[in-house]
Structure formats: structure tokens, C-alpha cells
Design a protein around this ligand. Sequence first.
Ligand code: GDP
Length: 137
Amino acid sequence: SQRTFSIIKPDAVRKGYTAAILAEIEKAGFKIVAIKKIGLTKEQAEGFYYVHAARPFFGELTTFMSSGTIVPMVLEKDNAIADLRTLMGATDPAKADEGTIRKKYASSIGENAIHGSDAEDTAAFEIGYFFAGYELK
Ligand code: GDP
């Protein structure tokens, strides 16, 4: 099986969707390997999203991601990276398929409820950014 990294973003936590999104994730067959509730500083959000530093929305994205509580987690199942991306739906919730987390819980392309790693190398970086080895049993 494979591990991926996910975050329930500040918009979804603020709206009280944390438990509903976790239920979707578990229903889809993911094991929650590690999870916590934290807040990021702007600098910590910039470090997490450094691959997007040149994008026009980088400032908005990192301000949003440091605007409230988030729930980072490590998830495990066969084909976890691709399957989580399918469960999340398109970046823009207006374009997301029926039944996806972003279709149900996101409000805009910026405030889109959930993050999921897009490849093995980014998953490894992102897991290491938020969790120490001893937390990943
Ligand atoms: P993802 O892999 O589906 O999360 O999408 P990307 O890797 O393309 O973008 C990363 C994150 O940046 C998205 O999940 C959004 O939160 C944010 N984002 C992407 N495009 C835009 C945009 O046009 N405007 C704003 N404000 N945020 C965006």
C-alpha cells in the first residue's frame, strides 16, 4: 500500500466539516496513520507551498492557509495518492464531479476544503513537513 498527505483546509474546519470529511476519507478505505489540529504562520504556509512561489495566487493561498486551524494527516491505502485526488475532485469546486469532497464542501478555487499530494515525491516532502518519523506508526 501507499501513503499520501492531506490537509483539511481552514474554510472547511471553520464551517464545521472536519468530521464529515474524515468520514468520507474513511468510507473510501483510507487508514488515518497520523492526524493533528494546528495553525500555521504565514511563513510556515509559504514553506509548505514553496513549489507555488512563482504563481500569481501564492500570496492569497498562503494568507488563506494561515488564516485558521487546519487538520494535516497522513493517509494509507493501495493507490492512495491517485485515489485521494479522485475523492477530492477538481481544484475548482464548480468543476468537481458529483460526490467529491470539493463538490460537497468547497466554495471556491482558493477556499477548496482539502489538500492532497499530487505525486510520491511531494507526498514524502509534505509528510516530513508536518510529522516526525516517530508519529508515523
Ligand atoms: P490542487 O492540487 O488541486 O490543490 O491544485 P494546485 O496544485 O493547482 O493549487 C494548489 C492550491 O492553490 C489549490 O488547492 C488552491 O487552494 C490554490 N489555488 C489554485 N488556483 C488558485 C487560484 O486561481 N486562486 C487562488 N486564490 N487560489 C488558487
